[in-house]
Write a protein that binds this ligand. Structure first.
Ligand SMILES: Nc1ncnc2c1ncn2[C@@H]1O[C@H](COP(=O)(O)OP(=O)(O)OP(=O)(O)O)[C@@H](O)[C@H]1O
Ligand SMILES: [Mg+2]
Length: 394
């Protein structure tokens, strides 16, 4: 898949922008706060309908204006797609694919073979299915993007919720049924927690019967989530071990271990057993919303025993595995957006990342060109950004 061009109007610090990308490596460089990430954000918006930074539409509209426009031209399996997005300060956004407003573009579902998912979309899922979800889901999958930012390097150091988010993002990208199960699980979880509060406040037989029903649903969807995550981590392990071994010159061997909070076979029993505790704490204590991942390097937990460098290297291997897995499943290449990550890596790892990019379209932002020149990276197009103005330098 290739992003051919992006046009912006009154988007962040861009009054107007028209950029045509090369199908290989594109570099966007410039000083801090000039508008580099804003460009990547606008591309990401067109694949998920949301900002990767979690910004609201009204924050994206250029200061002093009422509306923003994004126009993205994409080539996928020799088919052209044009995504038009119209952001408004106080109204919901309008989206059209090839001129057809997205709500009517149901036929697109046949073409879409993957679901793209961003961290921000998990918040929608927590809110339960809504009009917004329907819209976003229709957009997912037309554009397959892997977004890599410095924060991704902290996945091992971060709390378990980040690792669950990683699993959910990736799985939802590859498996629509998983996404639907996740939406349902989170809905049930919210309802159950609400009910637990009601029971703690004024217990009644009727409420306890309702709790039985929610428990059954929780176990049903929870088990589907656990099974999905189990098989996903199995797939990741077949890919990541080779990548990590090459990345560390054969010194380190990595294994990602899925640590479900409860086993599929025990979930029903555990929910029963923790009922009184749940009522006391007014929250569901057991289930996949408490799962975690452990990264083992040479059999040791890298979160506990690894150096910062080892943790970041493991995170890089994980990100590279993501690209490979997306390629395998969708049988197409995603577009890779690298937001200022190279400067976070030492030169060996920079080299490895650059060499791993291979033939996928990549858009990189950075403050200077040194890293690329030092690594003799093949650059196909260079853009310099200054205060919301982009100049093509080659
Ligand atoms: N709604 C908006 N209207 C106008 N300008 C905005 C708006 N939102 C953000 N900006 C401006 O965009 C600039 C930041 O852009 P961006 O985050 O793309 O910078 P960057 O080049 O990636 O910087 P860094 O190297 O620090 O990451 C800031 O100058 C900010 O004031
Ligand atoms: Mg930036």
């Amino acid at each position: 898949m290739i992003v051919e061009s992006v046009e912006l109007k009154d988007y962040r610090n861009y009054e107007f922008l028209d950029m045509k990308f090369n199908e290989h490596v594109n570099i966007i460089y410039g000083d801090n706060a000039q508008g580099k990430t804003n460009i990547l954000e606008s591309i990401y918006m067109c694949s998920t309908s949301k900002s990767h930074r979690g910004s609201k539409d009204r924050e994206i509209v250029r200061f002093g204006e009422d509306e923003s426009h994004i126009k993205l031209n994409v080539l996928k399996h020799d088919m052209k797609y044009r995504i038009d997005m119209h952001l408004k300060k106080n109204k919901t956004k309008g989206i059209a694919v090839n001129g057809i407003p997205i709500k009517k573009a149901v036929e697109l579902f046949g073409i879409i073979n993957i679901v793209f998912f961003s961290p921000e979309d998990l918040n929608i899922i927590k809110d339960g299915p809504s009009e917004r979800i329907k819209k976003a889901v229709e957009l997912f999958g037309i554009i397959n993007i892997v977004f890599f930012s410095p924060e991704d390097l902290n996945i091992i150091k971060d709390g378990p919720s980040e690792r669950r988010r990683f699993m959910d993002m990736e799985l939802s990208q590859l498996d629509k049924i998983y996404l639907s199960n996740l939406v349902n699980y989170n809905k049930v979880l919210n309802q159950r927690n609400k009910l637990l509060k009601d029971i703690a406040f004024a217990p009644s037989e009727q409420l306890m019967e309702t709790l039985d029903i929610w428990d059954m649903q929780l176990v049903k969807y929870g088990n589907l989530i656990i099974k999905g995550r189990e098989s996903f981590i199995e797939k990741i392990n077949t890919i990541i071990s080779g990548i990590h071994s090459r990345l560390t010159g054969g010194i380190e061997n990595i294994k990602v271990s899925y640590v479900p909070d409860v086993d599929v076979n025990d979930f029903e029993e555990e929910v029963k057993n923790s009922r009184q505790k749940d009522i006391k704490y007014k929250a569901t204590g057991k289930g996949p919303h408490k799962d975690d991942l452990i990264f083992l390097i040479n059999d040791n937990d890298v979160r506990k025993y690894g150096s910062q460098g080892q943790q970041r290297t493991a995170a890089l291997s994980l990100k590279l595995s993501e690209i490979e897995l997306v390629k395998l499943v969708i049988k197409d290449t995603p577009v890779l957006l690298l937001d200022d990550v190279l400067s976070e890596l030492d030169s060996n790892r920079q080299n490895f990342l650059i060499n791993s990019i291979g033939d996928i379209q990549t858009i990189v932002t950075c403050t200077g060109l040194d890293e690329f020149i030092n690594n003799r990276m093949n650059i196909n197009k260079i853009f310099k950004v200054t205060d919301g103005h982009v100049v093509n330098e080659n």
